[in-house]
Design a protein. Structure first.
Length: 151
């Protein structure tokens, strides 16, 4: 499969200095960014949840695919170069290979999240206070309503 950088080489490159907000939580989405060089940090509600430094990493795909405002803030921690795909949903509709990359990325993240949740559930077995919260998380990940507490 062709790399994301190869599939997006015709898109414009933007350069930003360290400290620049690439995406701000609550902003309307629609554009997709591909990291070419540099390091970004992802924060949700003031909590750092990820660091992005791998060339070819996608930024903004959740907002694009779900058609919602950005749920996280993405800030440059070094000088960065990103490729910008304006009106990304339209581009994904006409670029099946890039759409496949995005789908693969989303599935890999969901797989990693579900593995962590299973591990957390094992660690929390028998701790009643945490079970309700874990049930809500599993419901959100599976797309099903959370099971009702027993008792």
């Amino acid at each position: 499969m062709a790399s994301i950088l190869a599939l997006t080489n015709a898109h414009p490159v933007r350069r930003f200095a360290a400290g620049h907000l690439l995406i701000e939580a609550g902003e309307a989405g629609g554009d997709l960014y591909v990291l070419q060089e540099g390091r970004l940090v992802v924060e949700r509600e003031g909590i750092e949840i990820a660091e992005i430094s791998e060339p070819g990493s996608l930024i903004g795909e959740m907002s694009v695919l779900l058609g919602v405002d950005h749920s996280a803030t993405v800030r440059a921690t070094t000088a960065v170069e990103v490729r910008v795909i304006d009106n990304a949903i339209r581009f994904l509709e006409t670029s099946p290979l890039l759409a496949l990359h995005v789908a693969t990325l989303a599935c890999a993240r969901l797989d990693a999240t579900s593995k962590l949740l299973a591990e957390l559930r094992r660690e929390m077995a028998g701790k009643a206070g945490e079970q309700g919260f874990l049930n809500r998380i599993f419901g959100a990940v599976s797309g099903s309503p959370a099971p009702r507490p027993r008792g």
